[in-house]
Design a protein around this ligand. Structure first.
Ligand SMILES: Nc1nc2c(c(=O)[nH]1)N[C@H]1C(S)=C(S)[C@@H](COP(=O)(O)O)O[C@H]1N2
Ligand SMILES: [Mo]
Length: 403
């Protein structure tokens, strides 16, 4: 370990050491209870064995979450810390051995065609930074305990996608056929035999407005897209929640109706408590403004008294995030936080900081973001049976002890 500068006050030195350990993902290994929990934790699944195990919570082989406090203050979430959610087993790893050979069928255009990734690469290229967030991120805060993974904050990340704009592909194929109202992406997983394909296929329809900034992407964070995140080719729809970003995309169809697949017709609907999901209820589509605090979390030990940097992440979904306020008294009073780091555009998240002086006691730290339309993160979640779209600032608040 590096020897601290002799002129630093002792309190700062201690704090710096704890911070460095936490940054290295080691802070939580210092207590017996946490070490025990880690020993009991499930291992990463083989297709994601390359993830940073200390930053991940493995719920199952198809649901892996980023641990709160490990996102870091760089804008871009490193691939080895990005969450994973698969509804079906991923295709065989052989598909990413020769990514340019993967093919996607485009229908509902003047000249329907099946194009290889190699061909798509010749048509055009664009890069966009965007938050990828599971529709169920924050489900773990619903007291009603909806079925599904109880994600807290970590089914989200901000990543950089590179691919060809969907509108460029559509133009190259002669434009949209008449009557197109929806863009439907279909996942390329092998479907289990003996069941109705519509009951299991990952297929989502989006209003045509989503087409504007959509990409068929083959790179994430500057690397060929991994199998875990949808390689060789993924439909990326910035501003729309995770499920709408179809991995291993094998078909892109423009048509006059939404998909009849179960995941579209019944899944991912905002269903009021006590009701059954049905296609008349709003579908989970565009994301809403949201933020949460990453540090301090008050774990494993208390926060050191004195000057403290409260940091966190904020994004606006479809609209840029414009401001963040932070409260240390559970939302009774708010102070304006300051954005730090580069602004990677309206779909990316931003890091924020508020410097405070904390005296010993118990504090409830909360953050509340506002987007460019003036929409502010609500105090309370909208109850729904699926546990979707939780952006409540009270649910994301953290209670810390300062000593
Ligand atoms: N083909 C396909 N695409 C998919 C899924 C899937 O199971 N299959 N899961 C969706 C869901 S629910 C989410 S939250 C994101 C997760 O993306 P990630 O695993 O790259 O984090 O992918 C979406 N796209
Ligand atoms: Mo999801």
């Amino acid at each position: 370990m590096r020897v601290p500068h002799p002129s630093l006050p002792r309190r700062l030195v201690l704090k710096g050491t704890a911070g460095a350990l936490a940054a290295a993902g080691l802070g939580s290994w210092t207590t017996g209870a946490v070490a025990q929990a880690a020993a009991a934790a499930k291992p990463l699944p083989p297709y994601a064995a390359w993830k940073d195990a200390r930053s991940m919570i493995v719920h199952s082989s198809s649901t892996v979450e980023t641990r709160r406090g490990t996102f870091g203050l760089g804008v871009v979430t490193p691939a080895d810390r990005l969450y994973i959610r698969n509804n079906l087993p991923a295709p065989d790893a052989s598909v990413v051995a020769d990514p340019d050979a993967w093919r996607v069928e485009i229908t509902g255009v003047a000249s329907p065609m099946t194009l290889s990734v190699g061909q798509l690469k010749s048509l055009g290229v664009e890069t966009v930074a965007a938050v990828l967030q599971c529709s169920g991120n924050g489900r773990g805060f619903f007291p009603s305990k909806p079925s599904g993974t109880p994600w807290k904050v970590g089914a989200a990340g901000c990543v950089v996608w590179t691919g060809v704009p969907v509108r460029t592909v559509v133009a190259a194929l002669g434009g949209l056929a008449s009557g197109a109202r929806y863009m439907t992406g279909t996942g390329g997983e092998k479907l289990p035999e003996g069941v109705d394909p519509k009951s299991v296929v990952v297929e989502r329809s989006l209003p045509l407005a989503a087409l504007d900034d959509a990409l068929l992407a083959w790179e994430m964070n500057g690397h060929p897209l991994s199998l875990a995140h949808g390689g060789p080719l993924r439909l990326v729809v910035p501003g729309y929640s995770g499920v709408n970003n179809i991995k291993y995309v094998r078909q892109l169809a423009f048509g006059d109706a939404e998909s009849q697949a179960r995941i579209m017709a019944r899944g991912y609907r905002i269903t009021p408590p006590g009701s059954k999901s049905d296609p008349s209820q709003p579908s989970v589509l565009a994301m809403e403004v949201k933020s949460w605090i990453e540090s301090p979390l008050g774990e494993p030990g208390p926060v050191q008294r004195g000057t403290t940097q409260i940091t966190g992440l904020a994004f606006g979904g479809l609209h840029a995030v414009e401001r963040v306020e932070v409260s240390i008294d559970g939302g009774q009073s708010w102070r304006e936080a300051r954005f730090i780091g580069p602004n990677l555009g309206r779909y990316a998240w931003r890091q924020f900081v508020l410097q405070v002086d904390l005296q010993p006691g118990t504090y409830t730290l909360a953050s509340r973001a506002t987007d460019a339309r003036g929409q502010t993160q609500p105090q309370h979640r909208t109850e729904n049976t699926g546990g979707y779209n939780n952006n409540s600032w009270t649910d994301h608040a953290v209670k810390v002890v300062v000593a």
